[in-house]
Design a protein around this ligand. Sequence first.
Ligand code: N01
Length: 479
Amino acid sequence: MRPNIAIIGAGFGGLCMAIQLEKAGIRSYTIFEKGDNVGGTWRDNTYPGAGCDIPSHLYSFSFEKYSSWTRRFPEQPEILGYLERCADKYGVRPRLRLNTTVVAATFEESLGKWRVRTTAGDELFDVVVSAVGQLNRPQLPDIPGMSTFDGAAFHSARWDHSFDPTGRRVAVIGSGSSAAQLIPKVAEVADHLDVFQRTPNWVIPKADAVFGPGARTAFRRVPFLQRAYREWIYRYAEGTLYPALSGGWSSGPLRKRALEHLRDQVPDPLLRAKLTPDYPIGCKRVVADSKFYPALTRPNVDVVTDRITRIVPGGVQTAAGLREADAIVYATGFETSGFLASIQVIGRGDRHLAEEWKDGAEAYLGIAVPHFPNLFLLYGPNTNLGHSSIVFMIECQVRYIMGCLPQLAARGPMEVRPETMATWRQNLEAAMGRMVWQAGCTSWYKNAAGRVTNNWPGTTTAYRRITRAPRPDAFQFAR
Ligand code: N01
C-alpha cells in the first residue's frame, strides 16, 4: 500500500519531506501551501536586511549542497532562490497546491484516514505531515490606540514595500533578531529612527564574509572542501556554541565576547548601560549582528526604553512623552508556542489537539502525539535550536517519518503510546532543568506559563541518534 500523504507547508520542512518522498519514488503526496510560493519564512520575511545568522553551508540540505553561496551568512533572496531551485530540481511542483490554506484535519476512525479541509475543499489522506514552522504567525502587540495611527504600520514579517523610509520618521518596536537586521538599513535613509527596546538582547559579532569567485570555484571543484567546511561549522556549533548557549562551560567566554563587542561598538556609557542585559546569555535568542550597535549610535537614532503607553495618530506615546512617527514597524516576533493553532486538528476519540496542548505543546521526539494516529510534525515542540541549523533537525525528522511509512503501510495507522510519551516528557523535563532558558527572562522559547515548549535541550548529534529509526514498541498500531 502506498500511503497518500498531505504535507502542510512548503518551507524547508515541507520541501524536505516532499523531496525525500520523490527520492523514494512515492508520488502519492500533496503539499498544501497557504502562500503564493514555496519558501515559508524565507518567502514571508522580506524586510530590508533579512538574512540568516547560521552559515549558509550548514543552513542547507545535506543532500543538496550548494557551492555558490555568495556569503558566509546568506541573505533572504539567496535562501529563497535555493529553496525554489530545490523545488524545481526534485520535481515537487506538480504536487504543490499554492494559495490553499489547511483549516482543519480530522481523523476518521471508521476509515483510518485523515479528512483534510482546505480553502479548496475536503480530501482524505492516510498520513498528515505538518510542516507549518514555529515562526510563521506574526505577533502584533496589544497596545491601546494601535488602530488610530495615521501613518504606515506593519509587522516586520509583512513588510510594506510601498513605504519608503527615506527622509521619514520611523518607530521600530522590538529589538530582537528581526529588528537588529532591519534597523541598520532603515537608519541609513530615515530622517529619524526611534528604537523601542523593552529588554536588551545579548549581541555577538557576526563574522560575515563574501565568497568570491575563487572560493566558490574551489567549493565546486573540490567537494571534499565543501564537506569539510560544513563539518567544521557543525562541530563548532555543537562543541562550543551549544554549551555556551545552554549555560555550560563556554557561556563565560561568549558573555565576555558579547560585552567586548558592546564596548567596542558603543562608546557612550549611557547607551551601553541601556543595551546591557541583566540575565544570563542564551536565555533569550542571542542576536548575531555586527551592524546593529553601530546603527544605534547614529545621530539620527534614539534607543527609547520608556514604557509605551499607547499609540496615537501622530506617533508613540510613552510614559516620558510623545515620540512622533510617520511609520511604525512592529518587529515584535511571532506566536511561537501555539504550533498548529491556526488549524483545527481532531484525533481519535474526538480529541482536539488545542485542548490536549492547553498547558503547552508537546510531542514524542517533537514528531508524534498520542491519540493522533499517522500525524507527524516537522519542527514541532521542543525541536528549536539556539545554536545550530534547524535544517539539520528537519532532515532527522523527515528520515524518521520515512522510516514510519513502511510500518504504517503494513500494520495500519500508528500512534505513539501514552507511556512512551510519559517517559519522553519526564526525560525532557529533567534535561530542561539544566538549561539556561528557564533563568529569569521572557522569550519566545516559552509559553505564557513559562514552560519551554519550543527548544530542544540536547545536542543535535543526540537528536540525530534518537531519531535514527522508529522503534516499533514506541507505537501502537491499528493492526
Ligand atoms: O522576534 P523576537 P524576532 N512592547 O520575539 C519586543 C528568528 N530570526 O522576529 O524581549 C514592546 O525575538 C520584544 O521585547 P521583549 C530567530 O530565531 C532569525 O526578532 O519581549 N516590545 C522583542 O524585543 C529569532 O529569535 C534571524 O521584552 C515588544 C521583540 O519585540 C526569531 O526569528 C532573523 C512587545 C520580539 O523579538 C524571532 O525574532 C530574524 C510590546 N508589546 C528572525 N512585544 C536571523 O537569522 C514584543 N516586543 C538573524
